[in-house]
Design a protein around this ligand. Structure first.
Ligand SMILES: [Zn+2]
Length: 331
């Protein structure tokens, strides 16, 4: 979906009908997604999640992520190392575009997942990661986060790192977009993720849709102290015809490179299906997962937080049809 969704949504956005343009609409009800979630979601590590549900923005000093659950799988892939990232100045990661920061050791990998949250597929990815007691970085689309906030909350509760991936998956190299519209895509994406997490700010980690990096936005993110994530190896899972293809592509590229930040999509069905076997093959191949944590959460801009509240359909508890709520008693 890295390229295709960008094209669909970028063109749809210009027509003002982005959500209607999806050929795949969210099919699952939130209840089904909840059942598929990891059973042992850990309690948050700090008091921050409880206080963060109020309207006030959380303190920049809040812990960005809860702790992961205790591991009950003795043969799990696990997490070999956790690194903390100081995002001051907007460092870039991923050798496909950024060559400066070579921090991974031989046979170390970072698992990254784009374009969620999405019913069925994101919960399946969460289960696969939980079964192997391992972790990844999620780069959700802002709009998807407003469709499925409960699923994004599950990602957070499981202790994974969450960044952002624009509001509508627009290709920011699109010449039809003004500089302000590009900034809006970035900022509203972060604000949407924060809204979906009940007011908890995500990590200042950003991935450009389709890995299209306009230089002025790279500079902008640097001034906003937001790290940029390209990748070392692309699974091309959005093009894969079957789960086995995803596994084959990742393992072959890893054999060649020896390590790397792996780009996948929790949005993709084949990726969700491939992940249990892929994680087992990583373990068998001697690969080790590195967790990346931000030193501080992102500071969203209040005007985008406010704008978002006008856009999202606020979740009411009642799901009853209109004719059971509104009854004509006289006319
Ligand atoms: Zn994407």
């Amino acid at each position: 979906m890295r390229v295709a969704a960008g094209l669909i949504l970028a063109s749809a956005m210009s027509l003002g009908m982005a959500s209607a343009a999806w050929s795949q609409t969210p099919a699952a009800k939130p209840a089904a997604a909840t059942q598929a979630a990891p059973a042992a979601a850990p309690a948050p590590q700090t008091a921050a999640p409880q206080t963060a549900a109020v309207a006030n923005p959380p303190s920049p000093q809040q812990a960005p992520q809860p702790a992961r659950a205790a591991c009950n799988n003795a043969n799990a892939l696990g997490v070999a190392r956790t690194v903390e990232i100081d995002t001051t100045g907007g460092p870039g990661f991923g050798f496909e575009h950024f060559k400066e920061l070579d921090f991974l050791r031989d046979h170390e990998v970072v698992l990254t997942f784009d374009d969620g949250p999405w019913p069925h597929n994101t919960p399946a990815v969460l289960k696969a990661l939980a079964d192997e007691c391992t972790t990844g970085i999620f780069f959700p689309i802002g709009k998807h986060s407003t469709y499925e906030p409960e699923i994004l909350k599950q990602v957070y509760a499981a202790g994974h790192t969450i960044g952002a991936h624009t509001w509508s998956h627009a290709n920011l190299n699109n010449k039809k977009l003004t500089e302000q519209q590009k900034k809006d895509e970035i900022e509203k994406g972060f604000s949407a993720v924060k809204w979906a997490l009940g007011g908890i700010s995500p990590s200042p980690f950003f991935r450009f849709p389709a890995l299209q990096h306009p230089p002025e936005m790279v500079t902008y993110l640097g001034n906003r102290n937001i790290a940029i994530f390209s990748c070392d190896l692309d699974s091309f899972d959005f093009k894969a015809s079957k789960p086995e293809k995803v596994i084959d592509t990742v393992m072959k590229k890893l054999t060649k490179l020896g390590k790397g930040i792996i780009l996948m999509h929790d949005f993709q069905k084949h990726t969700a299906e491939a992940l249990p076997t892929l994680l087992q093959q990583l373990k068998a191949g001697g690969y080790k997962v590195v967790a990346m944590r931000a030193k501080n959460p992102v500071s969203t801009l209040s005007e985008y937080d406010q704008e978002l509240l006008k856009d999202v359909k606020l979740p009411t508890v009642s799901q009853r049809p209109v004719n059971s709520v509104v009854t004509t008693v006289s006319e």
